[in-house]
Write a protein of this length. Structure first.
Length: 276
């Protein structure tokens, strides 16, 4: 570890990443992002949708024809948004509390990756205090949000580096990552989801979520030079529990390769006008 008096290149880059914003552009046939220089990036979620296996597309098409599917989809989107906003509040408020406490105590340590961390005890205290003071969540999303925030305050998170931050890659994709945290896997890129099922999703159903983390990991490394040591998909369920899928460093490298393959297929589709 190094002291806070030494140059913090990685820390400075991460701070600028938190401030960097992408603008959504919905004026064309599909949504894209633009940065401050006008560079266009395709949405990670849009790419996932168009490169999904045909069987998955067919299943979604059949589901969309069911009576009430539109309402069910809208309710799912609403609860997901509310649960995400709750997690964002807890993480951003806790990060501020931890920063204030660590500054006051002079308790920062900088690890070999160049990122500063307060002691785990400060992070745990800050998360619990933040969660306790968070605004009430609407009834429809309450149990989903509770499951996600229970994981955040359980002690599984040992440091908060960023939440709800935009990333992009020179190959032409961009998106918003939910959180960059320290867990038992080290530096971990995280994605919060919700599911109407009380049972766990099969592993095959998690592939899109994992590939999404692969995209964010690649973009984070290219843009900030920060290499994650793991990934986490945390899915809130209607009974207040979660499905947790932790991805090792080796698994994350596999997710990155799969994402690159999907990105190549997507750009080939764009080239022939097969994306709308």
């Amino acid at each position: 570890m190094r002291t806070m008096t030494e140059p913090l290149d990685a820390q400075d880059i991460l701070a600028s990443l938190r401030r960097w914003q992408l603008e959504q552009d919905n004026s064309g046939p599909f949504r894209v992002y633009r940065d401050q220089e006008g560079q266009i990036y395709h949405s990670v979620t849009h790419i996932l949708k168009h490169t999904a296996p045909q069987s998955q597309k067919d299943a979604l098409a059949r589901w969309s024809k069911r009576p009430g599917s539109s309402l069910e989809r809208d309710l799912a989107c609403d609860r997901g948004t509310v649960a995400h906003e709750h997690c964002e509040y807890v993480l951003k408020t806790a990060a501020k509390l931890a920063r204030q406490s660590a500054n006051k105590k002079g308790a920062w340590k900088v690890w070999d990756d160049g990122l500063a961390r307060p002691p785990k005890a400060i992070t745990t205290w800050a998360l619990k205090k933040s969660e306790k003071g968070a605004p009430k969540v609407s009834w429809a999303a309450r149990e989903y949000a509770r499951g996600l925030s229970d994981w955040l305050v359980s002690g599984a998170v040992t440091a908060i580096h960023a939440s709800e931050f935009s990333v992009s890659h020179s190959s032409g994709f961009a998106g918003t990552a939910d959180a960059l945290l320290d867990t038992e896997l080290g530096l971990t890129i995280c994605d919060f989801k919700t599911s109407g099922r009380e049972t766990d999703k099969p592993e095959a159903w998690l592939k899109d979520h994992q590939d999404q983390l692969g995209a964010y990991s690649l973009a984070l490394y290219e843009r900030a030079g920060i290499r994650v040591g793991g990934g986490a998909v945390i899915i809130g369920k209607p009974n207040g529990t979660i499905q947790l899928r932790m991805l090792s460093e080796l698994e994350m490298r596999g997710c990155e390769v799969r994402w690159q393959e999907r990105m190549d297929r997507y750009m080939a589709m764009v080239a022939v006008g097969a994306v709308g």
